[in-house]
Design a protein around this ligand. Structure first.
Ligand code: CA
Length: 427
């Protein structure tokens, strides 16, 4: 029952709030971007509503306000229940015990949760990269998701703190950025300043990017980083195009270095495309999960990972055996890189830990590795970063023809700009 309408400049929005014509203005997202409810009985459904709006001279475009969901694999529940048992036994043990299960950071060939056989070295090469940098608090990363458990003992020290709001008055926009009480981020699902995670998906993503190296729990790709919690997916894991746009615009305004996006669905949205372009214009990287439907994104586009903006990096999931995960989407023209995304142990809500699988888990590995690069070299042009991520990736036979150049991300190669030989043609 909702559409997004972009008005031409200088047009009065009042005609979008006309009950006699079956339209009511729900929300103004930006100056000229509106969310409008329509009366299905009067308008005859979304297609005819969009056709009518798109034919109006005042309207630049009208499109559906899509529902997006967390990118979640079919095997999710099985693996969580499997691993919660392991977790219970190892909870609160020193970092080394849990670090030993993080095959995505350091694959020994024998350390995949659940006992799968792995391939030693089929990881992001974190140990060698950490010889160069472990990250820096100056790097801000927005996790655009279900929120972050910002009290989690493995994440609390790496949360962004908006000092003006922390030291300011409750209910007042102390820093004047247009958002009230946004101390650690914002919640666009509930329109308040509290991005606490009631689901776990966003918290899991944050832990992979940058759980503290603090002798408890797990370790992130980055030891030091600042997370901005940007919540637009509800505790049930879904959210709308309009809220996604507000999330991206908020993170752009905060001035993050990277936005990590483990969500998708719906069709192509011009309004969302424009929000990603605004982030790109500020030099912000936008990593995005390729999707978990085992399909080819070249022929069946998945959004937001398929938007053709220079800062978008689409991420497929690899396994500890160095194969493409069975659920992972792929695309030799549209997926840029693969990263560990199968049986990934990380942080969950209420201070917990669990192992999940999905391109949702691969994406934060790429986010964290790029975070290391920016910590080491400062802001870089997003397109240059994307090309360097692909060129320095480790060629993996199982990924040939599945991503643009058939590689798994390698943090050490990326930091040192080491470009492996690719002597065989890309099929
Ligand atoms: Ca504020």
């Amino acid at each position: 029952g909702e559409v997004i309408v972009k008005l031409k400049s200088g047009v009065n929005k009042s005609f979008l709030n006309d009950k006699s014509n079956g339209l009511s203005l729900k929300k103004q997202v930006r100056d000229n971007l509106m969310v409008v409810n329509f009366d299905s009985a009067l308008k005859g459904g979304i297609e005819s509503t969009l056709a009518e709006l798109n034919s109006m001279p005042e309207v630049e475009y009208a499109e559906p306000n899509f529902i997006y969901k967390i990118v979640k694999p079919i095997t999710h529940k099985d693996i969580v229940s499997d691993l919660l048992k392991t977790d219970d036994q190892t909870y609160n043990t020193p970092v080394d015990a849990k670090f030993g299960q993080l095959w995505g950071l350091h694959n020994t060939g024998n350390n995949t949760p659940g006992g799968d056989r792995g391939v030693a070295g089929a990881d992001v090469d974190a140990l060698r990269a950490w010889g160069i940098t472990k990250g820096d608090r100056s790097i801000k990363i927005a996790v655009i998701d279900t929120g972050i458990d910002y009290r989690h003992p493995d994440l609390a020290d790496n949360m962004w703190v908006n000092d003006a709001e922390l030291n300011g008055q409750a209910g007042v926009d102390d820093d004047g950025n247009g958002y009230v009480d946004d101390i650690h981020g914002y919640d666009f699902a509930n329109n308040d300043g509290d991005p606490m995670d009631g689901h776990s998906h966003g918290t899991h993503s944050a832990g992979t990017i940058g759980a503290s190296h603090n002798a408890i729990g797990v370790a992130g790709v980055m030891a030091d980083v600042e997370f901005v919690g940007v919540k637009f997916l509800t505790d049930r894991g879904s959210g709308s195009t309009a809220d996604a746009i507000e999330s991206i615009d908020y993170a752009t305004k905060v001035g993050v270095d990277i936005m990590s996006n483990s969500w998708g669905g719906g069709g192509r949205s011009q309004a969302l495309h424009e929000a990603i372009e605004r982030a790109n214009a500020e030099g912000i990287i936008f990593t995005a999960a390729a999707g978990n439907s085992s399909t080819d994104n070249d022929s069946r586009p998945h959004y937001p990972s398929n938007y053709e903006v220079d800062n978008v990096i689409s991420v497929a999931a690899s396994t500890s055996a160095d194969t493409l995960a069975s659920f992972s989407c792929y695309g030799r023209r549209t997926v840029h890189i693969a990263a560990p995304g199968h049986k990934i142990l990380s942080t969950t809500k209420n201070g917990g830990y669990a192992s999940y699988s999905g391109t949702s888990m691969a994406t934060p590995h790429v986010t964290g590795v790029i975070g290391l690069l920016l910590a080491n070299e400062g802001r870089l042009n997003p397109l240059d970063v994307r090309n360097r991520v692909m060129q320095t990736s480790e060629p993996v036979p199982a990924l040939r023809g599945k991503t643009i150049n058939g590689g798994r991300i390698n943090a050490y190669n990326l930091l040192t700009n080491t470009i492996p030989d690719r002597d065989e043609p890309n099929p």
